[in-house]
Design a protein around this ligand. Structure first.
Ligand code: ADP
Ligand code: MG
Ligand code: ZN
Length: 492
């Protein structure tokens, strides 16, 4: 059997892979692309349908403006040139879940072209070209399972027919399965930041077909490619590519030829299997859709859409590193999603020391999340909670050890830091003012030099006194109260 390890060895010597990806992304409109049916996932079968998406004779499509806006937004985020005029085309083929007998897509005049995504590569970065992004409608779903009486039956659910998709086609610029994985990760991240799709792979909102061929290094012409379809996770795509590359290399080294075909990946076995030989593009007999006008996105509309383009992940990461003085790695963790980055920034802006917030996320939060198998988006302790705890450590109100205990309690109880601190920490602290006053008096008495300087105007020394008091109280004192009491006692 050929294993992925063989692939890298062989690729290093006699062949190099060439990979291009086609990614379908469902865009988050409420209604379908050419009718007003709902796009909601999980509705009972065949309830979100109408004459248009059922392909009844005489029913006419009307383009959904929001779908165009989302598609343009995605295209802009992926550095594409948006064509002022694009043309819808019929892609003709027969399939049981395609009631019209054709899919409305775009062909030689797509919505957008000439984009790219940057991926890390070695020490630097590499641009992977995006050939085109076009708008199209989804097909229905064939359900082969769940029949008690027979496994020969197939049911058709047409709720998905007419749901808007964008197809993002990459140039064959991807040089390894790892790079393909990286490209997909960046792509998903960017799309999520724009809010154009939820990219939920389980629900089919993001689907990827991977095209791959191999050639001797230095050869300009591409080898014959195969296309791997219906792989449902980025990890499996990487594995499928690894397998497929070694398979192709083995076929070629033993004197065989690669057939241009579509293959399926079986994740349990880690192998790809031939499914059907690839139709040539002209088999689809594309022609311009006569029921729709050319789509025109003029400059005014384009700049209106551009206004809702958010700061994108890479730019945001770079800025966060600059603004808060944290490491690239921390910035990476804190910007995995837009909502997390938003949370971090609002917490960090309010915190005394944003760097400590980032450090605590790394040193105290991530490990606990990992142990629990929870991702940071579902952490019991929010970034705001981390910021609160950071401030308490910063002021000396709690020690690092106490912080760890609080975090453990938060995870045990599934509660945020603020709430647990309130329950556990606050009451014990704030009750005993007289004991606290005694401690403060002692410390002031033991620090005549600092007292003199403070009274001479060096009021920043209050920090010194607060620190001493907090230390003496083993972090149990309420910092606000300490500050208040000190301020009044330090006055001459
Ligand atoms: P098809 O007509 O078979 O769909 P396309 O030219 O539209 O082929 O390309 C589909 C995808 O396959 C694109 O992402 C492209 O970059 C990639 N691709 C094209 N030729 C090759 C090749 N020889 N090896 C690997 N990928 C390829
Ligand atoms: Mg194709
Ligand atoms: Zn409909």
């Amino acid at each position: 059997m050929v294993t992925p390890a063989d692939a890298s060895v062989a690729a290093g010597s006699k062949f190099e892979p060439v990979i291009g990806l086609e990614v379908h992304v469902q865009i988050l409109t409420e209604s379908k692309i050419f009718c007003s049916c709902s796009t909601r996932f999980g509705a009972p079968p065949n309830t979100n349908v109408c004459p248009v998406c059922l392909g009844m004779p005489g029913a006419l499509p009307v383009l959904n403006r929001k779908a165009v806006e989302f598609a343009v937004l995605a295209a802009m985020a992926l550095n594409c040139r948006v064509n002022q005029t694009s043309i819808f085309a019929r892609k003709n083929y027969f399939y049981p879940d395609l009631p019209k007998g054709y899919q409305i897509s775009q062909y030689d005049k797509p919505l957008a072209e000439f984009g790219f995504i940057e991926v890390p590569s070695g020490e630097g970065r590499k641009k992977i070209g995006i050939t085109r992004i076009h708008l199209e409608e989804d097909a229905g779903k064939s359900l082969h399972e769940g029949f008690a009486d027979s496994d020969e039956k197939t049911a058709i659910d047409l709720n998905r027919t007419g749901v808007p998709l964008i197809e993002i086609v990459s140039e064959p610029d991807i040089a390894s399965p790892d790079e393909a994985y990286e490209y997909l990760t960046r792509l998903k991240e960017i799309i999520l930041y724009t809010g154009v799709s939820d990219c939920n792979m389980e629900e089919g909102s993001l689907r990827c077909d991977a095209n791959v061929s191999v050639r001797p290094p230095g050869q300009k012409e591409f080898g014959t490619k195969t296309e791997i379809k219906n792989v449902n996770s980025f990890r499996f795509i990487r594995e499928a590519l690894e397998y497929e590359i070694s398979r192709q290399i083995e076929v070629l080294t033993s004197g065989g030829k690669i057939k241009q075909e579509t293959r399926l990946y079986n994740a349990n076995e880690g192998k790809t299997y031939a499914m059907r030989s690839k139709e040539q593009a002209h088999d689809y007999r594309y022609f311009p859709e006569p029921d729709l006008l050319p789509l025109i996105v003029d400059e005014t509309w384009k700049s209106e859409i551009a206004r809702s383009l958010p700061e994108l992940p890479e730019a945001r990461r770079a800025r966060i590193v600059r603004d808060y003085g944290i490491t690239d790695y921390d910035a990476q963790v804190l910007t995995v999603s837009k909502s997390l980055a938003d949370q971090f920034e609002s917490a960090a802006r309010a915190a005394r020391n944003p760097k400590r917030v980032a450090n605590l996320v790394q040193s105290e939060l991530m490990g606990r999340l990992k142990t629990k198998g929870v991702d940071i988006e579902h952490s019991p302790i929010s970034v705001k909670g981390v910021a609160e705890s950071a401030d308490l450590v910063e002021s000396g109100a709690i020690s690092g050890k106490m912080l760890k205990d609080f975090y453990d309690l938060c995870f045990q109880r599934g509660k945020d830091f603020g709430e647990v601190y309130q329950q556990e920490g606050r009451p014990r602290q704030s009750t005993d003012t007289s004991a606290l006053e005694k401690v403060i008096d002692e410390i002031i008495a033991a620090s005549p030099k600092q007292l003199e300087q403070y009274r001479a105007g060096k009021t920043s020394l209050i920090g010194f006194f607060v620190g001493q008091v907090m230390k003496a109280s083993k972090g149990q004192a309420n910092p606000k109260l300490v500050n208040e009491l000190l301020a009044s006692k330090l006055e001459p």
